[in-house]
Design a protein around this ligand. Structure first.
Ligand code: UD1
Length: 420
């Protein structure tokens, strides 16, 4: 078992470079199945969820080579199977993208029902609704789902909820559908746009990604070769921004897209932090204790739910009482119980939490309940008095490549310890 041991209290200073987005990479990896040739992907984060995606693709017949730590060559010339390994697919959320991609490629796929962070109910009804509207049938039993189509025909699909996963999945399934598919009330997240850009670079005809109406004109084939670079991870960048504010530090965050972080920048400025953006770089710093605020998480371009726990740490140290309303996930406040062990005063009920700001947090043993909760606890440890031990860090490794190395390079006292 591994844990992170953090001696807090040092303001973070220096610069850090952001890698490709986890949520984009784990959608683009299955999306490569639509290419019957070779895809070279740059800026791929070398994290557990990406390595799991690679293993699943390999079991379907992909040949994958890491040519350096963040570059992958994927040869999908010979995909021989339509049943994905259930033990692997049930381990993480994004395995559902195999359905859209394999429907497009082979018109058939069986996968284990997706796992991933425990954030409350995570239905896939909108994905299924989209596939069925295109002409597929689905059968869900014994923890797995089988989806098949004799042919896929474009149609108009209205999403009942704004869903990143369903938008990307239906996009994947409709690339080769006959005629035109319209996805209405689509998600607008940067990784939706990134997947569409990847597919368009391959020869797909997708318009409107990044708006709530996406139009896909079906094509008969795609190119057999592509080189593509994954979009920078807005959540990793935001995590470092919030670590800078919480620690009253001063960070230069490179290789990011500042516009993707507008909602966070606006909140940081509102609570007294400083942000300057130029080109692909963000300079973020704080010299004083943050002030209180009210936040509601929303689909992009609203405040991202995946930065809510990290912001929760900042607000637990703010002057006055702040409120966070979580509108996406039912169980995203599990981290607040861990922060309270460190001296925070947070009361959460359902999808709301009240943060009565305290002067200080104190080091304690804490447990990462999910990926972003884990990142939040690391930030809390970095600013707390004394020693914090963060357990269950496999969650953190699913989404951050060597989080301790990055924070160490910024002056933090943080170490990964292997325990028997
Ligand atoms: C993705 C991200 C996750 C992020 C979330 C919201 C990945 C792998 N994960 O998750 O980190 O927190 O977007 O930005 O990219 N819903 C339904 N029916 C569906 C699908 C979703 O009701 O068929 C609901 C969900 O319960 C949730 C909301 O829609 O309340 C948004 O979910 P969605 O955007 O689909 O999240 P994911 O794609 O699973």
């Amino acid at each position: 078992m591994e844990k992170l041991v953090i001696k807090g209290g040092t303001p973070l200073r220096g610069s850090v470079s952001i890698l490709g987005a986890k949520n984009s990479a784990i959608a683009i990896l299955p999306a490569t199945l639509l290419c019957k040739g070779i895809c070279t992907l740059h800026n791929v984060p070398n994290i557990i969820d990406v390595r799991l995606s690679c293993q699943i693709l390999e079991q379907l017949g992909s040949k994958i080579t890491w040519i350096d730590n963040n570059t992958l060559i994927i040869d999908n010339t010979n995909i021989s199977k339509t049943h994905a390994p259930l033990d692997l697919t049930s381990k993480f959320r994004a395995s559902y993208y195999l359905i859209g991609a394999m429907l497009g490629r082979s018109r058939e796929i069986e996968v284990g029902l997706p796992g991933g962070c425990n954030l409350g109910a995570r239905p896939i009804d909108q994905h299924i609704k989209g596939f069925e509207a295109l002409g597929a049938t689905s059968n869900l039993s014994q923890g797995k789902i089988y989806v098949k189509a004799d042919k896929l025909v474009g149609t108009s699909i209205y999403m009942d909820v704004v869903s990143v996963g369903a938008t990307i999945n239906v996009l994947l399934a409709s690339v080769f559908a006959e005629g035109t598919t319209i996805i209405d009330n689509a998600a607008k997240e940067p990784h939706v746009v990134d997947v569409a850009n990847f597919l368009n670079s391959l020869g797909a005809d997708i318009r409107g990604a990044g708006t709530d109406l996406i139009k896909i004109n079906g094509v008969k084939s795609l190119k057999s070769n592509i080189t593509y670079s994954i979009v920078p991870d807005q959540i990793e960048a935001g995590t470092f921004m919030l670590a800078a504010i919480a620690s009253k530090g001063d960070l230069i965050i490179k290789n990011c897209i500042p516009e993707h972080l507008d909602s966070l920048t606006s909140k940081i400025t509102e609570i007294g932090g400083n942000v300057e953006a130029y080109g692909d770089t963000i300079h973020v710093w704080a010299t004083k204790r943050p002030s209180k605020t009210v936040i509601k998480t929303l689909p992009y371009p609203g405040f991202p739910t995946d930065l809510q726990p990290q912001m929760g740490v900042v607000l637990s140290l703010a002057m006055g009482t702040s409120i966070i309303n979580e509108s996406i996930w039912d169980s995203r406040f599990q981290y607040t119980a861990e922060l309270n062990k460190m001296g925070a005063h947070i009361t959460s009920q359902g999808k709301s939490a009240i943060f009565e700001g305290v002067d200080k947090l104190y080091g304690a043993p804490v447990y990462a309940t999910d990926l972003r909760a884990g990142a939040a606890l690391v930030i809390a440890g970095l600013v707390a008095d004394g020693i914090t031990e963060v357990y269950n860090i496999k969650h953190i490794d699913r989404g951050y490549e060597c989080i301790e190395k990055n924070f160490s390079s910024l002056g933090a006292n943080i170490e990964r310890i292997v325990e028997n």
